[in-house]
Design a protein around this ligand. Structure first.
Ligand SMILES: [Zn+2]
Length: 251
C-alpha cells in the first residue's frame, strides 16, 4: 500500500503546504481522503494520475480546506465522461449539493455517485475497502475515518480535538494521519476550535501505536510537533514529516 501526501496545511497556514488531501493506493484501488483547494493540480503533479483513476473520495467535513477542491474534480470528471464515487456523512453530502448550487452547477451532482456514511457503522465500499466514520470533536458535523484496505488499516483524524472514540478504533493502525493544528502553548484555542494541540501527540501515539504516523494540518508553519525524546523513541512508530508529493510505501 502507498500513501501520498498532496497537501497538509490548514485553511490559513503557509500556502505552500497545500490543503488537506491524501491519496491511499492499494493495487488498482485509489482512495482520496479530503480534497482541499488545488487537489486536482497536486494529484496530477504528484502522481501523474487523473480523476478517472480515483476509486473513492472520502470527505470528513464541509470546511473549505477539506472540500473546495471537489467542484474542480467533478468538472474534470464531467469533461472525461466519468462519475466520481464520493463518500461522506449526510450533512457533508448536503453541503456538497449546496456548494454546487452556489457555483451555479447543481446538475453536476449527476457526475457524483454518493455513498452516505453514518457514524459508527462499518461500510463496505467494494471487495477490498471497508470504512468506518467516527464522529469528530469539531464545531461543525465532522468525522474521522478508519479504513481497512485489504490487510492494511489507515486511520485519518480529519479535524478534531483528541477523541478517544477515534483513537480506540485506530489502535494498531498501519498508518495514522492525525492533525496537529495547534502549535505549542495554544491548548485552549485548540479546544475552542476543535483541533489537536501539539502537546497531546505523545498521548495519541501511545494509545494508537501506529507503524507510521503522519502529523498534518499545520497552522502557521511546520513542524509544530514537540519533539521530545519520548516522542522520538516511541518503539514501533515511525514519524513521517509531511511534504507535498511525499509518498510512503507500507509493506
Ligand atoms: Zn481543516
Amino acid at each position: 500500500m502507498r500513501v501520498t501526501i498532496l497537501g497538509f496545511g490548514g485553511w490559513v497556514s503557509n500556502p505552500l503546504l497545500g490543503q488537506p488531501a491524501y491519496l491511499v493506493e492499494e493495487g488498482d484501488i485509489r482512495i482520496l481522503l479530503d480534497c482541499g483547494e488545488g487537489t486536482l493540480e497536486k494529484l496530477v503533479k504528484c502522481t501523474c494520475l487523473d480523476v478517472s483513476s480515483l476509486s473513492f473520495i472520502l470527505v470528513t467535513h464541509a470546511h473549505g480546506d477539506h472540500l473546495l477542491g471537489l467542484p474542480t474534480l467533478i468538472q474534470r470528471a464531467k469533461y472525461l465522461g466519468k462519475r466520481l464515487n464520493v463518500a461522506a456523512p449526510p450533512p457533508v453530502v448536503g453541503s456538497i449539493r449546496e456548494l454546487l448550487s452556489a457555483l451555479q452547477i447543481p446538475h453536476y451532482m449527476d457526475y457524483v455517485v454518493v455513498t452516505e456514511l453514518r457514524a459508527g457503522v462499518w461500510v463496505r465500499l467494494n471487495e477490498t475497502v471497508r470504512v468506518k466514520a467516527i464522529n469528530a470533536v469539531h464545531p461543525i458535523p465532522s468525522v474521522s475515518y478508519v479504513l481497512r484496505v485489504g490487510s492494511k488499516t489507515i486511520a485519518y483524524s480529519g479535524d478534531t480535538w483528541p477523541n478517544n472514540d477515534f483513537l480506540r478504533e485506530a489502535e494498531g493502525a498501519d498508518v495514522l494521519i492525525h492533525e496537529v493544528s495547534a502549535p505549542p502553548g495554544m491548548v485552549e484555542e485548540a479546544r475552542l476550535h476543535g483541533h489537536t494541540p501539539s502537546e497531546y501527540i505523545l498521548d495519541i501515539l501511545r494509545k494508537v501505536r501506529p507503524k507510521y504516523f503522519i502529523p498534518t494540518h499545520y497552522y502557521v508553519e511546520p513542524p509544530q510537533l514537540i519533539l521530545s525524546r519520548e516522542l522520538c523513541s516511541l518503539s514501533g512508530t515511525r514519524i513521517i514529516f509531511p511534504a507535498q508529493c511525499l509518498s510512503i510505501s507500507v509493506g
